[in-house]
Ligand binder design. Structure first.
Ligand code: AMP
Length: 633
């Protein structure tokens, strides 16, 4: 008799019943693909057993034939012989204009703008950042399909928490070009937390400390009832392992060859120093390096440099860098109104968190040992794979709901060029928020809506995202229409705005897909600016509001005088006109600190016209009642 077969837990009987889904970490320097197999997340290697794919694409001359491009290790190997056609760090160009890419002139390839977007000139023609990223993504897709011998159903792709709409959209477009169905974009820190299974951990607040080669990111997540929410994000986009290499190289020079330390140095020597510093730094992370130190040895054009470096030397000469990361952590905690004692766990991400000195400093700062037993290079891809598995319905656990935050407030322009914030910064997404607005003038039938992003009170100081119009509002008195404006930010961080006049039901909406994004530096600068100028903005807002109120009163009064001016004695009319004149004069004053004067003149006019308003009301009632019996009313 044949024995009945029983499958292994997590492995279905028919592999085709299972949807093949993966997590992809699309990184600046390298990318990875991971999947859940037999209930365990693992990174998928290439045929040579390598899991890291350099995010590099080299384009070759089409006249030479061949596939026209090399991707990954081959591209990187060819970079020194063909730097102008070998594209690395393309993530920095995604959803940006040329001007928004920091240090664009230092890139070895040529970047130009085309249709409001940075593109790269290559021997094979202009390539968009999406096309270049699509080559990397397609390589990972084929790796996954080879490894499962099946077609890919979809992928969860990770993006930095600070990526704005344009950058997220560019990432989705790249995936589409690569023939990948995006199940969801998720933030890198959120993926790392999932990889550590924190979604099944005790409820509370967790920190994700991500120190890579060139950047530092810190994110604060809160877990409630199995739901993740990113409370705040921050960091330093120009601080990473490369700076530790630099600091060590400078320190060794100062110790062993002080004369060289100050002198200008040939580029080749600098490169050798830097790479020896990196080797020593990494060797010092091992237990042997910790115990015995290492010898820093490099042959420069001016002679051989050799110096013994101990773990505590490295700790000392990089102390300031580690402290800089902790200052950024402090700032984010302040943003989230949290103290270190409220942080339940700390996740370490990025190659530089392998440094014992960084682990010790982070541990001391939070008063607890950070979680670092997963490979810090793989942890983001692993978390994305777990999320993809759950979204595809392959997981046995309940669905994981992910919430991220938006980096800058979103709002709408109101009268006088003021911003009404609708979705405040650090709000969790997905989100939908609504606010009611009204018309400014009698008989107004259209409304110009201007969507802006930023922390400042004046539209002029914020970034314009989109403009659209709501038309067909039935004519009503000023202030009678009720227009509900709803901002919806989806799980991928993409914004749509709808406006609806509640009485007539007329509606207009727009999807905000800005042609370009903001750099981290710009976001940081806008935030900084917002904090620094809060006082000044408050005064400016008060001034503009006072002017708008004054204007509204003057407009209303002029039309009242025209309609019912006959109710007034000449002396009364003169008194009102004098008050109107005084208010008009106060509006001429260009000094924004003088809101109080306008407010006082507005109040005087409002008080001075109270009797007139009462008379008008009586006349209105009499007219309404004329010829009607009390019983009919
Ligand atoms: P990532 O961008 O996350 O791959 O991080 C790369 C950075 O991690 C580089 O600056 C590396 O020098 C650094 N790194 C990798 N391994 C180690 C190690 N064992 N000790 C110290 N730094 C490391």
């Amino acid at each position: 008799m044949a024995l009945l077969q029983i499958s292994e837990p997590g492995q279905s009987l028919d592999p085709h019943q299972r949807r093949i889904v993966v997590g992809i970490d699309l990184g600046t320097t390298h990318s990875l693909v991971a999947a859940v197999r037999h209930g365990v997340a693992e990174c998928l290697p290439d045929l040579q057993g390598r899991v890291l794919l350099p995010s590099a694409v080299r384009y070759t001359d089409p006249a030479l034939g061949g596939s026209g491009r090399q991707v990954g290790h081959d591209a990187l190997a060819a970079q020194h012989e063909d730097p102008g056609n070998t594209i690395t760090s393309v993530k920095r160009l995604m959803g940006r204009t040329r001007a928004q890419v920091a240090d664009v002139d230092r890139l070895p390839y040529r970047v130009v703008d085309e249709q409001g977007m940075a593109v790269i000139e290559t021997v094979a023609g202009r390539k968009t950042p999406m096309e270049v990223s699509a080559e990397v993504l397609a390589t990972l897709r084929f790796r996954a399909e080879d490894s499962f011998d099946d077609e890919l159903f979809g992928a969860v792709i990770t993006v930095p928490a600070y990526f704005d709409d344009a950058q997220r959209q560019a990432t989705k477009d790249a995936a589409q070009l690569a023939g990948i169905e995006v199940l969801r974009l998720i933030n890198e820190p959120t993926a790392a937390a999932i990889a550590y299974g924190l979604d099944h951990a005790a409820e509370g607040v967790y920190a994700v400390y991500d120190l890579g080669g060139g950047t530092f990111d810190i994110s604060i997540l809160r877990l409630t009832q199995g739901v993740f929410e990113v409370l705040a994000t921050g960091g330093d986009s120009a601080l990473g392992g490369d700076d530790y290499d630099n600091a060590l190289a400078q320190w060794v020079l100062a110790q062993a060859a002080p004369a060289q330390a100050a002198a200008p140095m040939a580029a080749a020597d600098r490169a050798r120093l830097q790479s020896e510093a990196r080797r020593c730094k990494e060797a010092l992370s091992s237990p042997e390096g910790q115990a015995e130190g290492v010898v820093f040895g490099v042959a420069l054009s001016v002679g051989v440099l050799s110096h013994r470096v101990s773990a505590s030397d490295l700790a000392q000469c990089t102390e300031a860098l580690t402290q800089r990361t902790l200052s950024a952590v402090r700032k984010v905690l302040r943003d989230a109104r949290l103290t270190t004692s409220e942080i339940q766990g700390v996740v370490m991400v990025g190659g530089s968190t392998r440094m014992p000195v960084v682990q010790a400093a982070v541990g001391a700062f939070f008063g607890q040992t950070p979680l670092n037993d997963l490979n810090p290079d793989e942890v983001v891809a692993l978390g994305a794979a777990i999320q993809a598995n759950a979204l595809a319905g392959n997981g046995n656990g309940g669905d994981l709901l992910l919430l991220d935050v938006i980096p800058l407030s979103l709002g709408i322009e109101t009268m006088g060029g003021l911003v009404e914030r609708i979705v405040p910064r650090n709000s969790t997404i997905p989100t939908a928020r609504a606010q009611d607005f009204t018309t400014y003038q009698d008989g107004q039938t259209a409304l110009a809506l201007h969507v802006v992003q930023g922390e400042r009170d004046l539209v002029a100081d914020c970034r314009s995202l989109a403009r659209f119009e709501l038309r067909g509002i039935p004519p009503m008195a000023a202030g009678a229409a009720r227009i509900r404006v709803t901002f919806t930010v989806d799980a991928d961080g993409l914004l749509s705005v709808a406006a609806r006049e509640m009485v007539s039901g007329v509606e207009a909406n727009i999807d905000v897909k800005p042609a370009y994004g903001l750099s981290d530096e710009q976001i940081a600068a806008m935030l900084q600016d917002g904090f620094a100028t809060a006082q000044q903005d408050m005064a400016a807002r008060a001034w503009v509001e006072a002017r708008v109120d004054a204007d509204r009163l003057l407009v209303a009064l002029r039309s009242a005088l025209q309609a019912d001016g006959d109710l007034l004695e000449p002396a009364q009319r003169q008194a009102i006109e004098a008050l109107m004149q005084r208010l008009t004069e106060s509006l001429q004053d260009p000094d924004p600190s003088r809101a109080a004067a306008i407010e006082a003149a507005t109040k005087a006019l409002a008080d001075g016209t109270e009797a007139f308003a009462a008379e008008r009301m009586n006349r209105g009632i009499q007219q309404a009642l004329a010829g009607r019996r009390v019983q009919d009313v």
